[in-house]
Design a protein around this ligand. Structure first.
Ligand SMILES: Cc1ncc(COP(=O)(O)O)c(C=O)c1O
Length: 449
């Protein structure tokens, strides 16, 4: 009897079968008609299967901060795989996990001195939210259950993350989400802030909206506030001057935990190890992922203040203190890659490099002002965004075309969200390569006019 056709093993060596992989956050049908394939990468460049060079204007997905295929990271992953492929983190440990946690704790501001590992930014966010809720429980303040996010915030795609997040499309198809969540207003106002470099002058007062939320719900019901210091995925919104400091003050006034989601801003993107350092604000938790090992092996984590960690360390010694974790928490390969990436960051002073290059980057990207359809440009650290005017009745089409033509015709990889182009090159980018990115962008923006 013949096997059911769907059960016949397919020839997986077939190079052109693009059917089975349902790509995430992708226009799948358009992609499969005209694929954008990469085959290898080195330093600042990707290479297509036919050998075309594509400069990386996005550090992959905001993550390859040390540049691509760094020999030291490759060697560390290979050596680790040959030595200890996997080790359970529930009730067992391995040296690499402790070494990387200590290393990250040393880099963190204030008394953020404990690290809980997971495998992505989304997991980091859900972990931080759960730690906040559990913390108030162990503190005997179990009524503190509300979580406050912000409009336009991106905190990954778990149910916790989309609940506190504020990106409409990421929320509207997924039911009722977590109960007991409220949102601060976003901080963008084009009329007040257009073409700002770094932190805009206008908008610190928007942090005071937390006072209104406290007045509505009462502080005794609020567990935590979570914000990205710089909102990245929504289209790069740098925080207004003084905004984060004000948020910290209001959280302190009411005993509310403050979580910085530094999945993008962590590990040098804004010229400091964490954005917390750039702003002189110590949050109660920091979520990280992406740059921790330069995007090479899935990894995320939460940095937690000593007082929060210590609050859990009571009861009988043999009892688990936090009922949370992942099979791959602190995976040996991710940790080995993390230690190697951190060595590169330190030895090549890449975070300082991002700071030094910030004005060069800002000049280059702001130089695109005046090109057709450019409504606003924002830069901060080694991040940039260009808002393009939407085509009538086709929101997102112009930026999509820019992304596609950038890859296919100009050899530039960028990210787009709506009609905004987002830029975040690896921190190894040179001044010449910044010029190359800006020149290519200028040509692309003209092409999509
Ligand atoms: C601020 C922030 N939080 C969380 C995430 C989710 O990370 P992941 O895609 O690794 O789950 C991202 C991803 O871009 C992010 O920018």
């Amino acid at each position: 009897m013949n096997a059911h056709p769907s059960k016949v093993a397919k020839d997986l060596s077939a190079p052109n079968d693009l059917e089975a992989w349902w790509l995430p956050f992708t226009a799948n049908r358009a992609f499969k008609q005209k694929p954008r394939m990469v085959a290898r990468a080195k330093g600042m460049y990707y290479y297509t299967p036919d050998g075309r060079e594509v400069i990386d204007g996005a550090a992959g997905l905001w993550c390859c901060n040390a540049g691509h295929n760094r020999d030291e990271i490759t060697a560390a992953i290979q050596a680790q795989a040959a030595e200890l492929d996997y080790s359970p983190a529930f009730q067992f440990g391995h040296a690499g996990g402790f070494a990387l946690a200590s290393r990250i704790a040393q880099l963190a501001p204030g008394d953020l001195d404990h690290v809980f590992f997971c495998n992505s930014g989304s997991e980091a966010v859900d972990t931080a939210l759960k730690i906040a809720l559990a913390y108030w429980n162990v503190q005997g303040q179990g009524s503190r259950t509300r979580l406050i996010g912000r409009e336009r915030g991106y905190h990954g795609v778990g149910f916790g993350g989309i609940s506190v997040g504020g990106i409409v499309k990421n929320r509207q198809f997924f039911g009722t989400l977590l109960a007991g969540v409220d949102h601060l207003p976003h901080t963008y106002n084009r009329a007040e802030q257009a073409f700002s470099r770094g932190e805009p002058e206008w908008g610190a007062h928007l942090a005071d909206e937390l006072e209104r939320i406290v007045a509505l719900h009462d502080a005794s019901t609020i567990a935590a506030v979570i914000v990205e210091p710089m909102a990245g995925s929504t289209g790069v919104l740098p925080p207004p001057k003084g905004y984060l400091q004000r948020l910290r003050q209001i959280c302190d006034k009411y005993g509310i935990l403050l979580i910085f989601d530094e999945v993008i801003s962590g590990f040098g993107r804004l010229g400091t190890t964490f954005a917390a350092e750039r702003y002189g604000v110590v949050p109660d938790m920091i979520t990280f992922a992406k740059g921790v090992n330069s995007g090479t092996v899935p990894m995320g984590g939460v940095l937690v203040r000593k007082s929060i960690h210590d609050a859990f360390m009571k009861g009988p010694d043999h009892v688990i203190e936090l009922f949370h974790g992942y099979t791959y928490s602190g995976h040996p390969l991710a940790c080995a890659a993390g230690l190697a990436a951190q060595d590169i960051y330190r030895d090549e002073k890449l975070f300082e490099r991002a700071k030094t290059l910030e004005p060069v980057w800002a000049d280059a990207i702001h130089g695109l002002k005046g090109l057709p359809n450019v409504l606003d440009i924002r830069t901060i650290g080694l991040v940039g965004a260009i808002d393009l005017a939407s085509r009538p009745d086709a929101v997102g089409a112009r930026a999509y075309e820019a992304m596609d033509r950038g890859f296919q015709e100009e050899g530039l990889m960028i990210r787009v969200t709506g009609d905004t182009i987002a830029l975040s090159p690896p921190l190894i980018v040179t001044e010449d390569q910044i010029g190359e990115i800006a020149d290519k962008l200028a040509r692309i923006i003209r092409k999509v006019a």
